[in-house]
Design a protein around this ligand. Sequence first.
Ligand code: AMP
Length: 224
Amino acid sequence: MNLILLGGPGAGKGTQAKKLIDKFQIPQISTGDILRAAVKEGTEMGRKAKEFMDAGKLVPDEVVIGIIKDRLAQADCKKGFILDGFPRTVPQAEALDKVLTSLSSKIDHVVSIDVDEEALVTRLTGRRTCKNAACGQMFHIKFTPPKKEGTCDKCGTELYQRDDDNEATVRNRLATYNQATAPLIGYYKVKGLVRPIAGVGSIDDIFNKIVGIVAGGHACACGR
Ligand code: AMP
């Protein structure tokens, strides 16, 4: 099962991907996580990417396409994968099609999680993330606060606010999404792959909707 999770920043792609990993035992591939790890390690790619990320802009296509090419060729992707935050532009989607064709594979579902823009701003500016990359659990200071302030419930590591989760950068990320990423809905609609989901309600409700669609092979676009 090969999935793409599509949706604005803060729509819940990462949260849902983590639950889908547990349910289906397939890896999440988050270009954002891979880039943040490169920034933390101080690699050349990380240093270049940081400028774009801090400005709420997209890292150049060739960089992220290279990352995805390498990652999809790894053995753990054979059973399936969840793409979170990739593709984000039509050229990235076209490159993905080529890579998958060369691997005799294809995308099965594009789950599009729809959330109102102002709700996204509120979600992102209050978001706190676990510093332990292997955990990566996310919290919200108002909606899903950790039991102990500043500490991850799951692994006990300190929480932090991502550099790009401040309001000015969030607004830029939303503008970038509308301009560069939203056209992907049309790209995948033509291929009959889009499964829209209202990204409001509890995390479990949204998760159950996604599972209903991908596990049940539900192919219509009603969002059920
Ligand atoms: P995310 O964690 O998915 O919100 O990504 C954080 C940031 O990483 C984005 O705002 C971009 O600067 C960069 N990024 C992640 N994925 C991509 C991608 N597929 N294409 C270009 N830039 C990306």
